[in-house]
Design a binder for this molecule. Structure first.
Ligand code: TYD
Length: 137
């Protein structure tokens, strides 16, 4: 399976009407896991690179609910970049994928849905260590 097949770009339904837009994301329905944790990143600017980690256990969906940003994902072999620029789109990031988030617009609010509670020991923050683990060497 290619990296793009693994890290699917998701398009959520818009239940909006003349009163405004409404996007609903139900755990294990619109996304492939039950949601245990939600966090959001804002006030990062275009010079900042966040993420720079992979997770041994957690899966994520990233959504720019306002503004835009880019996400670069790699499995150590392929890489691709997704521009998050619509509240009704997201990108699914499975476990053991390295990710960087960058190019945040001034109004960017990046919502992150996670499959696991926070545990620092399941984060890999060293790229060489990530390559060793993902390549099984
Ligand atoms: P970090 O993982 O560096 O954020 P990002 O992935 O957006 O670059 O997290 C920043 C700090 O916040 C770090 O000290 C860990 C802490 N943190 C939590 O305590 N709980 C969480 O759910 C997250 C995402 C981070």
């Amino acid at each position: 399976m290619s990296l793009q097949d693994k890290c699917q770009v998701l398009h959520f339904g818009d239940l909006g009407d003349e009163r405004g837009k409404l996007v609903v994301i139900e755990g294990a329905q619109a996304i492939p896991f039950e949601i245990k944790r939600v966090f959001y990143i804002y006030d990062s600017d275009s010079t900042v690179v966040r993420g720079q980690h992979a997770n041994r256990e957690s899966e994520f969906v990233l959504i720019n609910v306002a503004g835009n940003s880019k996400v670069r994902v790699t499995d150590g072999k392929e890489e691709f970049i997704v521009e998050l620029n619509k509240p009704m789109m997201g990108v699914y990031i499975p476990k053991m994928i390295w990710k960087d988030m960058y190019d945040f617009s001034a109004d960017s609010v990046l919502l992150v849905l996670a499959s696991e509670h926070y545990r620092e020991d399941e984060y890999i923050r060293d790229y060489d260590e990530y390559l060793r683990e993902v390549q099984g060497v």
